[in-house]
Ligand binder design. Structure first.
Ligand SMILES: [Zn+2]
Length: 454
C-alpha cells in the first residue's frame, strides 16, 4: 500500500484553513498533521502556496448515458469533472434512455458507466407518474434518493407528476428515508404567462424570463413544503432560482421540516439584465433572473438558507441550443459548467468576502450529505477517501473551449476571466487530472450507500 503526504500552505479541513500535511495510505486519508510531522516513509507532494480542498461533489449532473451519450456521456462528463476538481458526480434520472425509473434501468446505467469514469459516481432514481412500485426496489438497489418534476421536463422518457400522483408515491419515498429532489415549478403560472406571449419576440431574453415567472417556483415550493409536513419525507429543492422563496424556506427549516436547498453557479453569476438577445446559450429552467435576485441568492447562502451549490450540468448537441436563430422558446434549456464551476464560484464568492471554507461546504460537504456519501466524501479528514483538488486560488485565466473538456464546448462563459486555476485533482490517492492532462485509465467507481464502493 502506498504512503503519500500532500502538503500545502492552505489545506481546507472542516476545522478551518491552515498549513498541513494530509497523510494518505492507499486510497484513504489516515491523518491530517502539521507539515513538519510527516514520517520518513511517505512520498511527499508539496503544493506550496496552492490550496488543497476536498474533492468536489456534484449532486446535480445530467450525464445522459445510456441512450443520449451523443449529448454528453460518462467518459466526457467525468473528464470535465476531473478537470473541474470534482471527484464524485450524482447523475439525474432523466435525459438518459431508459430513464432511471426502475431497477432494470439502473442496471443499464451501470453497464454504460463501466470502465468509462474518471471520477466516482452514483445515480438518483426517478419518481414518475407510474413507477410507485419501483421506488423501494431502487432504494434497495442503492440509489441515494429520488428526483421528480412538477412540470413537464420536456424530454421523452421521463414524465412529470401531478400533486395526486406525487401523493400516491410519497408514502413509499418516506419509507426509504431517502431524499426526494424536486424540480419546483408548477405549470399554471407558466402556462398563463406563455399564453400572453404568443406574439412576443422570442429572441429577447426578457420574453423567456416573463414566460417563467417567480410565481411558478413559489407555488411549487409551497406545495412541496406542505406535502413534506404531511408525509414526513426528506425534501430537497433543486436549482432554486427565485429569491422570493427564501423567507418561506427559512421558516420551514425553523419549524423543523427536513428541507434542504441548492442553487447553481449560473444563478450566482449571470443576470437577466446582461443576457444579450439571441443568447440561448444562457437558457435554463427555472430562468436566470434579475441582478437584485442574484444578490439575494448570495444572501441566502450567507445566512444558510441555501445549503449547497451544484452545477446542474446539462449539455446537449449544439444544434439544439439554436444558437444561430437565437429563439429562446425553441432552444434546449441547460448550462454545462462542470469544468469551470469552481473558478467561477471562487471569483464571485471571494469578492463578497467568502472563503475557500465556504466553497468546500457548498460544493463538497453539502452535496455529499445530500447524496448519502458524507462518511467517505466531501471532507479532508481521517477515514475519508483521499479525494482532493489542488487549487491555485490566486491565478486567473480566460475561459476557452479547450478548457471545457465536456463533449460539446458550448458555454455562456467563453472569454470571461475567472480567478483560481485547478492544478490537479486526486481520486482516492491517484491523480485523475494534472496540469491539463488526464493520467491513467478511468478508475471511477459507483458509490452506493449499501455497499460503499462496488
Ligand atoms: Zn437538472
Amino acid at each position: 500500500m502506498s504512503s503519500q503526504a500532500f502538503l500545502a500552505r492552505r489545506v481546507i479541513t472542516p476545522e478551518g484553513i491552515c498549513p498541513a500535511a494530509i497523510l494518505v495510505e492507499g486510497e484513504q486519508i489516515q491523518a491530517v498533521v502539521s507539515p513538519d510531522q510527516v514520517p520518513d516513509r511517505y512520498r511527499v507532494h508539496d503544493f506550496g502556496e496552492a490550496a488543497i480542498l476536498p474533492g468536489l461533489v456534484d449532486s446535480h449532473v445530467h450525464i445522459n448515458d445510456p441512450g443520449r451519450a451523443e449529448w454528453e456521456g460518462f467518459e466526457t462528463a467525468t473528464r470535465a469533472a476531473a478537470a473541474g476538481g470534482y471527484t464524485m458526480l450524482v447523475d439525474m434520472p432523466l435525459n438518459c434512455l431508459p430513464a432511471t425509473t426502475s431497477g432494470a434501468a439502473l442496471q443499464a446505467k451501470r453497464v454504460a458507466a463501466g470502465g468509462q469514469c474518471r471520477v466516482d459516481w452514483a445515480a438518483w432514481g426517478g419518481v414518475v407518474h407510474n413507477n410507485r412500485g419501483e421506488i423501494e426496489a431502487l432504494a434497495a438497489a442503492g440509489v441515494p434518493g429520488f428526483k421528480c418534476f412538477l412540470i413537464n421536463p420536456g424530454i421523452e422518457g421521463f414524465t412529470m407528476v401531478t400533486e395526486n400522483q406525487l401523493r400516491s408515491a410519497l408514502p413509499q419515498v418516506a419509507r426509504t428515508g431517502l431524499p426526494l429532489l424536486v424540480h419546483a415549478e408548477l405549470p399554471g403560472a407558466i402556462d398563463r404567462a406563455t399564453e400572453t406571449l404568443a406574439n412576443a419576440d422570442w429572441t429577447h431574453y426578457s420574453t423567456y424570463l416573463q414566460s417563467r415567472p417567480d410565481e411558478a417556483e413559489l407555488e411549487a415550493i409551497r406545495l412541496v413544503l406542505s406535502l413534506c409536513r404531511e408525509y414526513g419525507f426528506r425534501l430537497h429543492i433543486v436549482h432554486l432560482s427565485t429569491c422570493r422563496a427564501l423567507p418561506e424556506l427559512r421558516a420551514a427549516r425553523a419549524e423543523g421540516l427536513a428541507v434542504s436547498v441548492e442553487t447553481c453557479p449560473h444563478y450566482l453569476h449571470l443576470s437577466a439584465e446582461t443576457i444579450p438577445d439571441r443568447a440561448t446559450v444562457s437558457k435554463c429552467a427555472p430562468p436566470i433572473r434579475s441582478n437584485e435576485n442574484r444578490e439575494r441568492l448570495w444572501q441566502g447562502l450567507r445566512d444558510g438558507t441555501i445549503d449547497m451549490v451544484v452545477t446542474d450540468h446539462s449539455p446537449c448537441p449544439p444544434a439544439m441550443k439554436r444558437l444561430t436563430e437565437g429563439n429562446f422558446q425553441l432552444a434546449w434549456g441547460g448550462i454545462a459548467s462542470l469544468s469551470i464551476a469552481l473558478p467561477l464560484m471562487w471569483s464571485e464568492a471571494s469578492r463578497r468576502g467568502f472563503t475557500l471554507l465556504d466553497l468546500a461546504r457548498w460544493m463538497a460537504e453539502g452535496p455529499a450529505h445530500l447524496a448519502g456519501c458524507d462518511t467517505r466524501k466531501g471532507r479532508i479528514a481521517a477515514g475519508y477517501d483521499a479525494d482532493f483538488v489542488v487549487f491555485d486560488a490566486d491565478r486567473e485565466f480566460v475561459v476557452t473551449e479547450e478548457q471545457l473538456f465536456y463533449r460539446h464546448p458550448v458555454s455562456p462563459y467563453l472569454g470571461e476571466t475567472f480567478h483560481g486555476v485547478v492544478r490537479a485533482t486526486y481520486l482516492r490517492g491517484n491523480p485523475v487530472f494534472s496540469e491539463g492532462e488526464f493520467p491513467g485509465e478511468p478508475a471511477g467507481r459507483e458509490y452506493t450507500a449499501n455497499t460503499q464502493h462496488r
